[in-house]
Design a protein around this ligand. Structure first.
Ligand code: 9MG
Length: 287
């Protein structure tokens, strides 16, 4: 009898987030819902609760696997938000949408917000600071929430002032490996961890492009890689387009990210991204 090749026996990898288990055989789409007055793309648009809920449901209907809700802007130059303000912006949406069976990620750096979000049914904590705040790892350990650990050089207020690396890929990879190890040591299961190079967070266009081409190096660590390029400044630098005109560039960037190894793309334009990925999957599936 001919032995099966080893890869044929391996189940497709999964990402476990609360009550959701995502099959990573196809790329996942994470829709962005910023509930902030000052986010770079949709700042102020979803401060009205009903409007925010309607947008989240629309992204779900358009094919988003997860909705990422954030109450503190992380755009370059953004100022920190008080805990009570962040909770007031985010929690009613998390509670309502989680009850409707939608997989919710909460984009926060604050352990208190993490704890409340998990208690309200959030499936994932998306932390641009990779759970480095005191108490953040503890807030996510011992519960079944998924975590997205992102790399950022410095803080949003200062991160785009002359970012510099000896080797951006090596430094981002080593940082993410260390953060994943800290999470595993604290009891967070490997299957609950995703890693993100943090496009635009303390990176020039050249850094972002090198990281994009090197996503395979990050994916080789064995964790799903999240790529967030949607409408970001680097796409404006390449195309000369304003934030509102960056959808085509964002689709191209999402496809490039998937081709280079991203398992999850974090996007504003869910419907268009889902369509683009369907075309890619049809082509690749037939190969
Ligand atoms: C909150 N936020 C803004 N950009 C992001 C990105 O690229 N990745 C992740 N995980 N979160 C982000």
């Amino acid at each position: 009898m001919v032995a099966k090749p080893e890869h044929a026996a391996k189940p497709a990898p999964v990402l476990r987030c609360g009550r959701f288990t995502f099959d990573l055989a196809r790329p996942l789409v994470m829709g962005i819902l910023n509930v902030t007055p000052d986010s770079f793309s949709d700042g102020g648009r979803y401060l009205d609760r009903e409007r925010a809920l309607a947008h989240a449901r629309q992204m779900r209907d358009d094919g988003a696997d997860l909705i990422d809700i954030g109450g503190e802007s992380s755009r370059p130059g953004a100022l920190p938000v008080a805990e009570e303000d962040e909770l007031a912006r985010v929690m009613p949406l998390v509670a309502a949408l989680a009850t409707e069976g939608i997989a919710i990620a909460v984009d926060t750096r604050k352990p208190a917000v993490m704890r409340e979000a998990v208690a309200a049914g959030a499936a994932m904590i998306n932390d641009i600071a990779a759970l480095t705040a005191p108490g953040a790892i503890e807030a996510c350990a011992g519960v079944d929430v998924g975590v997205c650990l992102m790399h950022m050089q410095r803080e949003p207020q200062t991160m785009q002032a002359a970012p510099s690396y000896d080797d951006v890929v090596v430094e981002v990879r080593d940082f993410l490996a260390a953060r994943a190890a800290a999470c595993v040591d604290a009891g967070i299961a490997r299957e609950r961890i995703a890693l993100d190079p943090g496009f635009g967070f303390g990176k020039t266009l050249a850094h972002n492009l090198r990281l994009l081409r090197s996503l395979g190096t990050l994916a080789a660590m064995g964790y799903p890689v999240v790529a967030g390029l949607s409408r970001k400044g680097s796409l404006g630098e390449i195309t000369g387009r304003s934030v509102d005109e960056r959808m085509p560039a964002s689709l191209a960037a999402a496809l490039c990210a998937v081709l280079h190894g991203a398992a999850i793309v974090r996007v504003h334009d869910v419907r268009a991204t889902v369509d683009a990925l369907k075309v890619w999957a049809a082509v690749e599936g037939g190969a």
